[in-house]
Design a binder for this molecule. Structure first.
Ligand code: PGA
Length: 251
């Protein structure tokens, strides 16, 4: 039987105390005993709220970023140790929005993954090419470079990370990579991870970029797509639940 898929919602900078409560309750109830791992990566301000709401359910909690530093004079940053105190199991690192708007480099992303792992948090490391890079035929080169930095910095711990392939041109645009386009890059990433660790098979490689209730099944059916990182559709309980069902192993 194939390994459990990981379906992770990325709320980005969305939510409110009232909306979160309704959404988390609906997800926790609707997912039932679906045979997959489900997580929501929520804004830091809501970690405590969502951690309480999910108590006693199978829903896992994630953050959207983590500091590369342990503690100290880093105004605005949140450390991995702090995240742990709120039940955080996953932290997205290197999302393209952080690379783009906050100038995060491959090196920063690799360091963040390392700090997360040191605190028992699984980093969801995002890689992906822009439209210009794809059109110039540089997709493979870009994602390999982004992945190589994380492999280099994390050594044998690389088998503990989750990878998310998120083509930048597909994020929030409604344009999804075709299952074949996504699988091609996932296979490339798997081969790169295989060269770095004997445990590459257990690494989850997620697809992200306009995944929704309609396209989830065909994407998740690809041999190297082990789950999804879902933005917009994770804010709507029904859509997210349909994606969860598409990712669940049949009993
Ligand atoms: P999207 O976002 O599903 O809204 O395209 C995915 C992501 O950015 O993680």
């Amino acid at each position: 039987m194939s390994k459990q898929k990981l379906i992770a919602g990325n709320w980005k900078m969305n939510g409110s105390l009232v909306a979160n409560e309704a959404l988390v309750r609906a997800i926790a109830q609707g997912m039932g005993d679906a045979d997959c791992t489900v997580a929501v990566c929520v804004p830091a301000a809501y970690l405590e709220q969502v951690n309480k709401l999910r108590a006693g359910t199978r829903l896992e909690l994630g953050a959207q970023d983590v500091s590369r530093y342990e503690q100290g004079a880093y105004t605005g940053e949140i450390s991995a140790g702090m995240l742990r105190e709120f039940g955080v199991r996953y932290a997205i690192v290197g999302h393209s929005e952080r690379r783009h708007y906050h100038g995060e480099t491959d090196d920063t992303v690799a360091e963040k993954a390392k700090t997360a792992l040191a605190h028992g948090i699984t980093p969801i490391v995002c890689v992906g090419e822009t439209l210009a890079e794809r059109e110039a035929g540089n997709t493979q080169e870009v994602v390999k470079r982004q992945m190589a930095a994380v492999i280099h910095t994390n050594g044998h711990c690389i088998s503990e990370v989750v990878v998310a392939y998120e083509p930048v041109w597909a994020i929030g645009t409604g344009k999804t990579a075709t299952p074949e386009q996504a699988q091609e890059v996932h296979a490339l990433l798997r081969a790169q991870l295989k060269a770095a660790t004997t445990h590459s098979d257990r690494i989850h490689i997620l697809y992200g970029g306009s995944m929704n209730a309609g396209n989830a099944q065909s994407l998740l059916a690809q041999p190297d797509i082990d789950g999804g990182l879902i933005g917009g559709a994770s804010l709507k309980a029904n859509d997210f639940l349909q994606i969860i069902q598409a990712g669940a192993n049949r009993k």
